[in-house]
Design a protein around this ligand. Structure first.
Ligand code: PEP
Ligand code: MN
Length: 337
């Protein structure tokens, strides 16, 4: 952490500040420049309350506050994290295509969708098991039965599978799931994050619709500080004043997160759009902006889907979208410096 001192700071006010920092067991080095004097704080500054430091009379500015995301932050790990899941990677320049139904409904639905998305180029199969629904009267998912069907589908189609957990008590049912999803509603469920930190599986962490990027990184920090380095971040839309779409897809989160963190960041255009017709343009935009992948909902019979019917792509629409995505990737890479 670097603290820039006010040019008129008195000796006394600087000593007060230095004594305070040293009381945390940290070292302080004074660097006197031509126009400014700065203090370099040496050691792990995580416990130092930044707000209190900013309030000291001698302080003009504090730099490096974002380093509180010390494990998820780019500074501690300049290279992109690449997560290997059964030979398929996420992060570091590749592009993960995660597709499948919002909810697993039955064997035929899941297997039909799994087979078709694989043929179109999907690298992972998604399928909701425990569903976090806004209304208690809405379909809540098949739970453990869905996870058994996902295991079967994985054996048949060979794609690693992604499913959402709602509570740590469900963890033992997720043995055969390759990536455990933490949904938007649970992004700040710290007890769940602490349990998942110890589960030994990659976590797909979705941004809450009212959460800042910093808060998303702090949630990643819960997983990482507990021992799980395999965290994939996901932008899925934030709540805005506009109801024309279900949420507002914050595409700026992709380059911002890429500059702040080494973790892979993917985009879910389905939950942001809320309508199938908007999914493709948003997915293409996410591809162009540099996302490490996308996750989209695909259903073999969207009008009869038990959950999120309006935003589900048909297998044919998914196939057409994939072709465009590959073209966008090619176009973007051909204009890279
Ligand atoms: C989902 O992916 O099925 C889901 C419920 O998404 P979110 O948590 O982003 O609403
Ligand atoms: Mn859904």
């Amino acid at each position: 952490m670097i603290i820039v001192l006010r040019s008129d700071a008195s000796e006394n006010s600087v000593s007060e500040l230095v004594n305070y920092i040293e009381s945390f067991g940290l070292g302080v080095e004074k660097v006197i420049g031509v126009s400014q004097t700065v203090l370099a704080v040496l050691g792990d500054t995580a416990a130092l309350p930044n707000d209190i430091i900013c309030d000291f009379e001698a302080v003009e500015a504090v730099k490096g506050i974002s380093e509180a995301h010390s494990l998820a932050g780019r500074a501690s790990h300049p290279c992109d994290t690449v997560i290997d899941i059964s030979g398929k990677t996420i992060g570091g320049g590749g592009f993960a295509l995660i597709a499948g139904p919002c909810s697993v409904e039955n064997r035929e639905q899941l297997f039909t969708v799994a087979d078709s998305v694989k043929k179109s180029g999907a690298s992972f199969l998604r399928g909701g098991s425990f569903k976090p629904r806004t209304s208690p009267y809405a379909f809540q998912g098949l739970g453990g039965e869905a996870l058994l069907l996902l295991s079967e589908a994985k054996k048949l189609c060979g794609l690693p599978v992604v499913s959402e957990i709602l509570d740590k008590s469900q963890l033992s049912l997720f043995d055969d799931v390759d990536i455990i999803q933490v949904g938007a509603r649970n992004m700040q469920n710290s007890e769940l994050l602490k349990a998942l930190a110890k589960c030994g599986k990659p976590i797909l962490l979705k941004r809450g619709w009212s959460n800042t990027i910093k808060e998303l990184l702090y949630s990643a920090e819960y997983l990482m500080s507990g021992g799980n380095e395999n965290v994939i971040l996901c932008e899925r839309g934030i709540r805005s004043f506009d109801s024309a779409t279900r949420f507002t897809l914050d595409l700026s989160a992709v380059p911002v997160i890429k500059s702040m963190s080494h973790l892979p960041i993917i985009v879910d255009p389905s939950h942001a759009a809320g309508r199938a017709e908007y999914v493709r343009p948003l997915a293409l935009a996410a591809t162009a902006v540099g996302a490490d992948g996308i996750m989209v909902e695909v259903h073999n019979d969207p009008p009869h889907a038990l959950c999120d019917a309006a935003q589900a792509l048909t297998p044919e629409q998914f196939d057409a979208m994939c072709k465009k995505i590959f073209a966008v990737r090619k176009a973007v890479s051909s204009c890279d410096d």
